[in-house]
Design a protein around this ligand. Structure first.
Ligand code: ADP
Length: 395
């Protein structure tokens, strides 16, 4: 059997990210992005091998953009596409793993839309379009939440009245599951530990950020909750705040729920604290130049991350290693250093040279002698989505 090709699609409300994953190749033969979908400025960018190309597709909706993408993907796959893997943000309690898409699955994703009103409908548009365009191809949905369905009840329940859970699905779900899953398996490979007998703390730090406690290949706790707002300080999201903040702001400033939502999701986090940017690279430069807001944002980010990791440790019987991933985790030696300085009781010590070496896709162990393992592991959500899709094709 020749190596199979899976097209991975991640549909947002106005964008489509895509990658062609070949099971025998380390790099993607094709990857790209359709932006501003549904507007006169819609544009498709892709990289085929080393060649970058763009095509204006004015007014194209998701389906039209996917239609333009199809011949490019077919060509990159040598005419042989074997399946499509779709990222879906929320699978509720219904999905404990990835699944082949059929009518019942579509209905269940639709039913979960209330839990992720911004994301699931966009994911569904992509699935509908791809199913109409590629009716003969097996299509799989891979959920951000599914990996965390192994959390025990004491980790996933909120201390609120039971009917809110039983009748209204109010519980902690967690997100970034594809990434936490991928990097913990990679870490087991890198350290030659068996997946089913190894325990990890993972920190996925991108624009969204979350931590996870993983025991023998299963998530036991994670920092995000009912929505991706809970937990760590993120690019523009506040992470944990006092739940009474809503009523306080309503009472004192007269803010509506929509205003408070927008502030917590879009104007907070690194951006809100620094008053400068949500981008850590910009903040690191400003911090070195003495910018007070950037310095504070960096300090709060690292301290809150350390606190979250320490609390995640409650879910582990032992620790085989702490894993940093995501754009910040993979690149910022300053964040890794400062965060571990806050975790003195764990006795983490970094090898400065190894820490400096791990950036721009280079992973490895970065601890000094005598310290618990600390690893930088580049995440690869597209690869994990393709692996899940292939596993379902084999089954
Ligand atoms: P997303 O969650 O959108 O996939 P990424 O995983 O790409 O985001 O992470 C984006 C974050 O990573 C940004 O805050 C960016 O500043 C940060 N980042 C990327 N490269 C570096 C770098 N070399 N040094 C520090 N931070 C970096």
């Amino acid at each position: 059997m020749s190596a199979r090709n899976i097209l991975v699609i991640n549909c947002g409300s106005s964008s489509i990210k895509f990658a062609l994953v070949n099971e025998a190749q380390a790099t993607f033969p094709l990857q790209g992005l359709a932006e501003r979908v549904g507007t006169p400025e819609a544009v498709l960018h892709w990289q085929l091998g080393d060649t970058k190309q763009s095509l204006n597709i004015p007014g194209a909706d998701h389906r039209a953009a996917l239609e333009r993408l199809l011949p490019v993907a077919q060509e990159a796959a040598g005419g042989k596409l074997d399946g499509i893997g779709h990222r879906v943000v929320h699978g509720g309690e219904h999905f404990t793993g990835s699944t082949l898409i059929d009518e019942a699955v579509l209905k269940a994703i639709r039913d979960s839309a209330q839990l992720a009103p911004l994301h699931n409908p966009a994911n569904l548009v992509g699935i509908d379009a791809a199913m109409a365009l590629f009716p003969g191809l097996p299509q799989v949905s891979v959920f951000d939440t599914a990996f965390h369905q192994t959390m025990p009840e004491h980790a996933f329940r909120y201390a609120v009245p039971e009917f809110l859970y039983k009748e209204h699905s109010v519980r902690r779900y967690g997100f970034h599951g594809t990434s936490h899953n991928f990097v913990s398996k990679r870490a087991a490979e890198m350290t030659e530990l068996p997946v089913d007998d190894s325990c990890w703390l993972t920190a996925h730090l991108g624009n969204g950020c979350s931590t996870c406690a993983i025991v023998n290949g299963e998530s036991r706790d994670t920092s995000m909750g009912l929505t991706p707002l809970e937990g760590l300080v993120m690019g523009t999201r506040s992470g944990d705040v006092d739940p009474n903040l809503h009523s306080y702001l309503n009472r004192t400033l007269g803010w509506s729920l929509e205003q408070i939502d927008r502030m917590l999701n879009h104007d907070s986090g690194l951006k809100g604290l620094s008053g400068l940017s949500n981008d850590l690279r910009t903040l690191q430069e400003a911090r070195v130049a003495g910018h007070a807001g950037a310095t504070l944002a960096f300090e709060v980010f690292c301290y809150r991350l350390a606190k979250s990791l320490a609390s995640m440790a409650c879910a582990l019987p032992k620790l085989d290693g702490l894993i940093f991933t995501g754009g910040i985790g993979e690149n910022s030696m300053a964040v890794r250093t400062r965060t571990l300085e806050h975790l003195k009781l764990f006795n983490f010590k970094l090898d400065e040279e190894a820490n400096a070496r791990c950036t721009r896709g280079v992973g490895g162990e970065i601890q000094a002698a005598g310290s618990p393992r600390v690893l930088v592991v580049p995440t690869n959500e597209e690869r994990q989505i393709a692996l899940d899709t292939l596993a379902l094709l084999d089954a």
